[in-house]
Design a protein around this ligand. Structure first.
Ligand SMILES: *[C@@H]1O[C@H](CO)[C@@H](O)[C@H](O)[C@H]1NC(C)=O
Ligand SMILES: *[C@@H]1O[C@H](CO)[C@@H](O)[C@H](O)[C@H]1NC(C)=O
Ligand SMILES: *[C@@H]1O[C@H](CO)[C@@H](O)[C@H](O)[C@H]1NC(C)=O
Ligand SMILES: *[C@@H]1O[C@H](CO)[C@@H](O)[C@H](O)[C@H]1NC(C)=O
Ligand SMILES: *[C@@H]1O[C@H](CO)[C@@H](O)[C@H](O)[C@H]1NC(C)=O
Ligand SMILES: [Zn+2]
Length: 474
């Protein structure tokens, strides 16, 4: 095992920015390929699923953001995404591991309404979080951003600080995946399921723990290696802060090339918007470079896992329903996170602004009397259900994008709803007709809304005091 220079007692800030890079030790439990049958069970593997030839599979590119979704961070994310499309002409989408503290619930809703993924990062950005931090986050976002529970099924541990208990909670709550572990080239696995335990971050001893959660996916965070040397340092998030600006662009390209010309394991860029600073051009250049290859697809983690379950060659990606990009053609402004009237303002005149000490935020679903907390993630509304002015939560029979919470109407209850294709015309766009309502990634069916277990929420007092600035930064 080569030495990493990483120490468990390293100051939190540097620990966060730099993954432990010891190569994987022999601790990982053995996955039996004969018993582990795709797609329900997938062994950790350095090669694509179902023995596909790496040259034929898409090179996936995941872009993820962490922490608060707020007026200061959303434009940073958008500045990295707006000029890029996939080979099918669809604007690229990204995954946001969102916390509720300092977030604006209307902006969380808008991020999701546009086809991006919202995943869980605890309410208060807490390491080794109690279940209430993980589930409270989903409850608050569901209540005040309108996102169905079933659509929020990914998790990343704040500070990458998790334990076997974290995975037990994710299993109990039926999460689809975790993405908290790091991966260097020797353990740069494609996503795999935890039927036989973790195979990443084994240097922490976690692979010796009895973590066997059938069907829960691990989406490793593949590191950026700063050189080709054996003692190269692995970098995880915000690599522009750690690699000299004179070489960072070159390093990023070389790492992308290593994936593209190698086993094509998903390549990722993991950012805190508050740290992007002047690196917007750096990343835009990288994304353009990646998209100069015809078989590179930007995906959310959910889209990546759709492919893992049913892998197809790159040539068939444009036909996959989860890669389409359609928006509901509602025709009037309703509070659904979209600019339904093309006025240039999302949810113009229909948002409510809620004023709390930690900062005001807006919502389509009625201001609560108090800020959501771990003890009470969904406080009573100022205007309770019923009276004029009350906002009505999305019922399980309607997709959030079609729900008008002011008139309590679902504007798409039949199959004749109209959708607008947001794909830009490209020579490579396939011409497949659009129909709705679909179960695609953009238009969500919200049929199963009940992932959350009804555990008791009382009796814990574990919320650590969160240093406000830290929570916002990390
Ligand atoms: C992980 O989080 C727990 C709980 O917040 C904390 O006590 C512990 O020190 C953290 N560990 C590391 C390595 O940061
Ligand atoms: C960003 O700013 C830092 C600090 O001023 C500087 O060292 C770096 O070269 C800049 N990076 C880019 C890509 O302009
Ligand atoms: C479009 O398809 C052609 C082949 O039909 C290919 O050569 C080209 O690279 C593709 N362009 C993009 C942007 O995918
Ligand atoms: C769908 O069609 C039905 C009957 O043809 C009509 O009443 C309804 O308004 C239509 N719905 C939408 C959203 O266009
Ligand atoms: C897409 O297909 C439809 C039906 O076959 C056809 O009418 C339309 O012209 C096609 N559009 C493009 C851009 O090729
Ligand atoms: Zn974080």
């Amino acid at each position: 095992m080569r030495s990493s220079g990483f120490s468990l007692t390293a100051a939190a800030a540097s620990a966060l920015l730099c993954l432990g890079l010891a190569s994987t030790t022999a601790e990982a439990a053995t996955c039996d390929p004969a018993a582990c049958v795709h797609p329900a069970c997938v062994c950790p593997s350095l090669t694509p699923p179902k023995n596909m030839d790496p040259k034929t599979v898409p090179q996936f590119f995941t872009l993820t953001f962490d922490d608060a979704i707020q007026a200061q961070t959303v434009p940073v994310a958008e500045s990295l995404m707006k000029s890029h499309t996939n080979p099918n002409g669809c604007p690229i989408k990204a995954t946001w591991f969102a916390q509720t503290i300092y977030s604006d619930y209307s902006l969380i809703q808008q991020w999701y309404a546009n086809g991006n993924e919202v995943a869980d990062h605890t309410m208060n950005h807490i390491g080794t979080p109690p279940a209430e931090e993980i589930i409270g986050n989903l409850k608050a976002i569901n209540a005040f951003s309108g996102i169905p529970f079933a659509k929020m099924n990914g998790f990343r541990a704040p500070f990458f600080n998790y334990s076997e208990v974290t995975f037990e909670i994710l299993g109990q709550e039926k999460f689809l995946y975790d993405s908290s572990t790091g991966a260097t080239p020797s353990n740069a696995y494609w996503p795999y399921t935890l039927d036989y335990g973790l195979a990443n971050d084994c240097w922490t001893g976690i692979c010796n723990k009895d973590i066997k959660i059938p069907g829960l996916w691990e989406v490793p965070m593949h590191a950026i290696m700063d050189s080709d040397l054996l003692d190269a340092t692995a970098h995880s998030m915000d690599v522009q802060l750690e690699i000299s600006s004179s070489i960072v662009a070159d390093v990023l390209r070389k790492n992308f090339d290593r994936h593209y010309t190698g086993n094509r394991a998903p390549f990722g860029i993991f950012l805190h918007p508050v740290h992007v600073g002047n690196a917007t051009q750096l990343y835009n250049d990288l994304f353009s470079y990646a998209r100069s290859f015809p078989d590179v697809w930007f995906v959310t983690n959910q889209q990546l896992l759709e492919w893992m379950k049913n892998p197809v060659p790159a040539s068939q990606m444009a036909d996959q329903p989860y890669m389409k990009c359609t928006l509901p053609a509602v025709g009037k402004e309703i509070c659904n996170g979209l600019d339904d009237t093309n006025s240039g303002t999302v949810d113009k005149g229909v948002l409510e602004t809620c004023n709390f000490v930690a900062g005001p935020w807006s919502t389509c679903y009625g201001c609560p009397k108090a800020s959501p907390t771990v003890e009470d993630p969904v406080p009573e509304r100022v205007v309770p259900a019923g009276p004029t002015g009350a906002r009505t939560p999305v019922p399980s029979t309607c997709a959030m994008e079609w729900w008008d919470p002011i008139t309590a109407q679902c504007l798409c209850s039949t199959s004749n709803c109209t959708f607008t294709d947001t794909a830009l015309t490209t020579s490579n766009t396939t011409n497949s007709s659009i129909s709705g309502p679909s179960n695609g990634n953009t238009i969500h069916s919200s049929a199963s809304n009940n992932k959350i277990s009804k555990a008791a929420w009382t009796g814990f007092g574990l919320i650590a005091a969160v240093a406000a600035g830290l929570a916002q930064m990390l």
